[in-house]
Design a protein around this ligand. Structure first.
Ligand code: IMP
Length: 187
C-alpha cells in the first residue's frame, strides 16, 4: 500500500480518478435529485441494480434517497450473437413482478451502452411503466448505441477503470475509490 493524498492507493493502481469522498458527495447530490424527481408520485420507484458492479454504488446512493423505495438485483451476461448482434443472457432475474411500476436501473458505468439498452428492453417486456437509469460513471466516447443514463455521477475519459464495484478479472471491486489500473496488468 502507498499513501497518496490521504487515500491509501493499491499498488496495482496507476492513479486515483475519483476519491471515496468525491463519490460520497456525488451520491448525496444524486440522491437529492432522484428524491425530487419522484417525490410527488403515488409510488416510489423500484431500484434494479445490475450485479456485481453496481453493488457499492447502490449501497452508497440509497442512503440519500428519501423515498420508500424497494431494490432488487439482476445479473446478466452480454455476448455477441449471430451477425454481430449483441444479446444478453439472464443469469439472475428479478424476484418480483414489475408490471406497471416505475423502475430506476442502477449501473456502475455506461460504456458502449449495449448493457443498459438490452436491460431496458427486458424491463419493458416485463411491463415496467417508466424506466430511468442512474449510472455512477459514463464513458460517452465509447458509445456504440444511442442510449444515455438519465442521472450520471461522473463523465470519465476513455480509460479502463477499477474500484468501487468495477473489476479487472473479478479483482479490485472492493477499492473505495475509482482508479486507473497500471498498464502492465493488461498484457
Ligand atoms: P457496456 O455494455 O459496454 O455499456 O458496458 C457495461 C459494463 O461493462 C459495465 O457494467 C462494466 O461491468 C463493464 N465495463 C465497462 N467499462 C469498464 C471499465 O472501464 N472498467 C471495468 N468495467 C467496465
Amino acid at each position: 500500500m502507498i499513501i497518496v493524498g490521504g487515500e491509501t492507493m493499491h499498488q496495482d493502481v496507476k492513479k486515483i480518478l475519483i476519491s471515496h469522498e468525491e463519490i460520497d458527495e456525488k451520491c448525496q447530490e444524486l440522491g437529492q435529485v432522484i428524491t425530487d424527481y419522484y417525490k410527488d408520485r403515488e409510488d416510489a420507484p423500484i431500484l434494479v441494480a445490475l450485479l456485481k458492479g453496481s453493488v457499492p454504488f447502490l449501497a452508497a446512493l440509497i442512503k440519500y434517497i428519501d423515498l420508500d423505495i424497494e431494490y432488487d438485483f439482476m445479473d446478466v451476461s452480454s455476448y455477441e450473437g449471430t451477425e454481430s448482434v449483441r444479446d444478453v443472457r439472464i443469469i439472475k432475474d428479478l424476484n418480483r413482478s414489475i408490471k406497471g411500476k416505475d423502475i430506476l436501473l442502477v449501473e456502475d458505468i455506461v460504456d458502449t451502452g449495449h448493457t443498459i439498452n438490452e436491460i431496458m428492453r427486458l424491463l419493458e417486456n416485463k411491463g415496467a411503466n417508466e424506466i430511468k437509469v442512474v449510472s455512477l460513471l459514463d464513458k460517452p466516447s465509447r458509445r456504440e448505441v444511442d442510449v444515455e443514463a438519465d442521472f450520471v455521477g461522473f463523465v470519465i475519459p476513455n480509460e479502463f477503470v477499477i474500484g468501487f464495484g468495477l473489476d479487472f478479472d473479478e479483482k479490485y471491486r472492493n477499492l473505495p475509490y475509482v482508479g486507473v489500473l497500471k498498464d502492465e496488468f493488461y498484457q
